[in-house]
Ligand binder design. Structure first.
Ligand code: FAD
Length: 506
């Protein structure tokens, strides 16, 4: 066991056993395996979890690698499938569709981004649609999948993927992992939180039967309730509903329909949008909507009338307010997951934010003084994560051309954050994208959504004109053909799953 100082945080209490609680427990017990510290997780069987959150983005692979779990084992245990991106239908206009892929478009030439060459040639009728240059998009549309090739010369080395999984099975998978390594689990309901009268720090959580759990450090994973961060510490919440007005969701699983698609589908509807997440044993569906423009009954009928298979349960209703906690970390309480904030799952970012929170925690791991300088830095960096993701999600709404329903009229005309306006100005001028503050979404993502939503400026980077046009046409054609040949060589998604990671039948 590693020697530690007197001030070492020895007792960590994680309150909440949803995806956030179990991801945090698994990661901490793994990172702290050589240190004298106990990790206790409290979850309430009476309260349960939010039970949604089934689509992810590629960085989740880093999390799995950190835990040293095998991809095949993890996918099989969670009835998982592979995800190559998101298809957005009806967002720009009804009947219109575009794909936001993982991985890159084409290859940059002479340090000028690929999309700049493509934009020139496409406008001249000398290049096909952008998606022809995305391996992930073409593979997704062909229903093909294989993990990236280890050969850097192969186009298949550019595959980039994430997962769809059953949220309940994911929490169970992580619970087994964490308990096997020493996390203690209590199935109890927290009734109260006891604060130190002088410092205001949390000393203990109090259960229904008046028993207490004391700890040095509390991680609030109690979901939308925010039992410690808000209920006890009254940290405050920044409401972003004026930019992201959807505030409800209704979710229902349905029977599998055909082979599972290797991508998520997001279909804009009258007062919001519907998700479709294919798993091995079912499809997850939900309608995220704005209660100002749609009542709950209408939302249910919209969802139930747009399922690909028979529903497997009654619809579940969820309510939320988009925004974030004013501080994610306050005194000796760190909020992770829905207790920290919420942005609708349009780009599957919530589970990523849990992972990002855990990674940051490990870089500023506290001692029992809880130095404000570390806490402030954690809050500053996490705030940047939230703001940049928020801007990207707002873009999908604001860049719509739809005028057929009040929600779309509102979002098309609303004012937007200055940081997003700056992105618009740069793209609208010459199609330029810059990545600020290590933001999550790289240029492929911004280009996919700008172009897909119809922000398509005529001008492009002037350096593109220094490249001979005939030579450029030939290069682009070669890239396109390489992708076609690469996709042809891939197995069907369902065959890959059957061979490597089929779940036990249910
Ligand atoms: P919860 O799952 O709500 O867990 C809270 C835990 O706290 C539970 O164990 C509960 O029992 C416990 N608890 C609460 N109160 C008490 C108490 N008093 N005593 C003891 N225990 C208590 N994210 C994505 O990345 N991709 C998606 O596709 C996606 N889709 C989503 C769709 C919708 C409609 C919503 C609302 C969210 C979606 N998310 C998605 C977000 C994702 O679901 C969450 O980030 C994730 O599930 C983490 O939730 P959580 O663990 O913070 O909260």
């Amino acid at each position: 066991m590693t020697q530690v100082s007197d001030g070492f945080v020895r007792n960590i209490a994680i309150i909440g056993g949803g995806t956030a609680g179990w991801m945090t427990a698994a990661a901490i017990i793994r990172a702290m395996k050589d240190y004298p510290c106990t990790v206790t997780l409290v979850e309430s069987g009476d309260i349960g979890t939010v039970g949604v959150g089934e689509a992810t983005i590629p960085p989740i692979q880093l999390f799995n690698r950190m835990l040293k779990v095998s991809e095949d084992e993890f996918v099989a245990a969670t009835q998982g499938t592979f995800k190559l991106g998101i298809e957005f239908s009806n967002w720009r206009q009804k009947g219109d569709s575009y794909f936001h892929p993982f991985g890159k478009y084409g290859a940059d030439i002479d340090a000028v981004p690929f999309h700049q060459y493509w934009r020139k040639m496409h406008r001249r009728g000398r290049a096909p649609a952008l998606e022809a240059f995305s391996l992930s998009t073409m593979a997704a549309k062909a229903g093909k999948f294989s993990p990236p090739s280890a050969d850097p010369k192969s186009v298949l080395s550019q595959m980039s993927h994430a997962y769809h999984f059953d949220a309940g099975l994911y929490a169970l998978f992580l619970r087994r992992y964490a308990e096997a390594r020493g996390v203690k689990r209590l199935d109890r309901t927290v009734r109260d939180v006891r604060l130190n009268a002088e410092s205001g720090f949390v000393e203990a959580v109090v259960f229904d039967d008046d028993e207490e759990l004391c700890a040095d450090f509390f991680i609030d994973c109690t979901g939308f309730r925010g039992l410690l961060i808000e209920g006890a510490l009254e940290t405050g919440y920044e409401d972003w509903s004026h930019w992201l007005p959807c505030d409800r969701a209704v979710a229902v699983p349905c029977e599998q329909f055909g082979a599972p698609l290797p991508y998520t589908r997001s279909t804009a509807r009258e007062a919001g949008w519907q998700w479709r997440i294919p798993l091995q044993h079912r499809i997850g569906n939900g309608y995220v909507y704005c209660s100002e423009y749609c009542d709950d009954d209408k939302a249910v009928s919209t969802l139930m009338n747009n399922l690909d298979g028979a529903p497997l349960s009654d619809p579940r209703h969820l309510r939320f307010t988009t925004g974030k906690r004013k501080k994610f970390w306050n005194k000796n309480v760190l909020a992770i997951g829905l207790s920290a904030g919420f942005m609708e799952p349009l780009e599957s970012t919530s589970i990523h934010l849990i992972q990002a929170a855990i990674a940051k925690l490990m870089t500023v791991y506290p001692d029992r003084r809880f130095d404000p300088i570390d806490i402030d830095e954690y809050n500053r960096l996490t705030e940047i994560d939230y703001l940049r993701i928020r801007d990207f999600i707002i873009l999908h709404y604001h860049a719509t051309q739809r005028d057929d329903a009040p929600l779309w009229e509102y979002v098309r005309n609303m004012s937007i954050p200055d940081t997003l306006q700056h992105k618009y100005d740069l793209y609208g001028s010459r199609g330029r994208v810059f990545r600020y503050d290590e933001e999550l979404f790289a240029d492929t993502s911004w280009v996919a959504v700008f172009e897909g939503q119809g922000i398509q400026p005529d001008r492009y980077d002037p350096l593109v004109d220094t490249y001979d046009e005939e030579k450029l046409a030939a290069v682009l054609e070669r890239m396109r053909r390489t992708i076609v040949a690469g996709v042809d060589s891939l197995p069907a998604h369902e065959d890959y799953i059957a061979r490597h990671c089929a779940a036990a039948s249910v």
